[in-house]
Write a protein that binds this ligand. Structure first.
Ligand code: 13P
Ligand code: SF4
Length: 305
């Protein structure tokens, strides 16, 4: 089968079976083309809750599929590639956070959405990379424990000096691997380009950026900007998607190592198998996990997220 034929079969099956395909922006181009909705974690979680379909198929990583299930427990939620996890989401377990809470009862525990459903059950408020500043600024408590990403957390702490933010040593192994020197070299090689980075990068890289934001924020910034050249400091697929979308602009990679193996685990064949009922994994969570993790996400929504 050609790529086009596989895509047509997926489109036929998803109509027949009332399946909504949600694809994170890091997915391959041929997957984004057949998705009902594409975007960053924030956009996907909002759209997932509104979609009328009976089955949701997530092309991305496990915590995203769990978030869809938490928001729409009555729906069948499928993860197209069961091996696609997010290492950062699994960096802390419930007991570590419960112990911290016992020692620091004054803190509000803020969980990046890149956390397991299980971990969200013991956290107070969820944030995404695009909503973190807005949500944390509206929390009626200066004392914050921000988990798991210490780089996003450091960015929030810098931007919101009134908050007393405690960080633990967690983070994205892909973004955090970019060095200060790589950023300097990329800027020297492309002096007319703006550097756009994800806040999961280390502070020494973010400090050199012209714009810091979520994947969706980076895409919007580059599309709307009058500038013609950009160095993209997030998963390298974003530079490729932007180059298709803006052929009159130039996009450079901040680092060749900005490749997330988990986000790359999903293939178009996985999506086809999932639609045919011969692949993927249905996400199941206990009633307690669903309701307790939902509190954390509802808190984000009530603060304007
Ligand atoms: P976004 O919230 O920007 O989609 O980021 C998700 C992610 O996993 C970034 O590495
Ligand atoms: Fe997780 Fe980093 Fe991959 Fe995003 S890029 S899914 S944070 S490992």
């Amino acid at each position: 089968m050609t790529v086009k034929e596989i895509q047509e079969e997926i489109l036929r099956l998803k109509k027949e079976k009332d399946i909504c395909i949600l694809a994170h922006s890091y997915q391959a181009h041929e997957i984004l083309e057949i998705a009902d909705y594409t975007g960053d974690s924030y956009v996907l979680s909002k759209l997932a809750a509104q979609a009328p379909h009976s089955t949701m198929l997530l092309c991305g990583v496990r915590f995203m599929a769990e978030t869809v299930k938490i928001l729409s427990p009555e729906k069948k939620v499928l993860l197209s590639s069961p091996i696609a996890g997010c290492p950062m989401a699994e960096q802390f377990d419930k007991d570590t956070i419960l112990q911290f809470k016992a020692q620091h009862p004054e803190c509000t525990v803020v969980a990046y959405i890149n956390t397991t459903a299980e971990l969200k059950t013991v956290c107070d408020v969820c944030v995404t990379s695009s909503s973190a500043l807005k949500i944390v600024s509206q929390i009626d408590n200066p004392d914050i424990l921000f988990i798991p990403d210490c780089n996003l957390g450091a960015y929030v702490a810098k931007m919101l000096p009134d908050k007393n933010v405690t960080l633990l040593q967690g983070g994205c192994p892909v973004h955090a691997a970019v060095t200060e020197e790589e950023a300097r070299q990329a800027k020297a090689a492309h002096p007319n380009a703006l550097l756009l980075v994800h806040p999961e990068c280390i502070p020494a890289v973010s400090a050199q950026a012209d714009y810091i934001g979520s994947t969706g924020g980076i895409i919007d910034f580059a599309v709307k900007s009058d500038s013609k050249e950009f160095i993209i400091g997030t998963e390298n697929s974003i530079a490729e998607h932007l180059q298709y979308r803006c052929p009159d602009k130039r996009f450079y990679l901040l680092s060749k190592s900005l490749i997330c193996p988990d986000m790359k685990a999903t293939t178009l064949i996985d999506v086809l198998n999932c639609c045919q009922g011969t692949g993927g994994e249905e996400i199941t969570l206990s009633a307690d996990t669903l309701s307790q993790a939902r509190r954390c996400i509802d808190a984000m929504i009530s603060l304007g997220g």
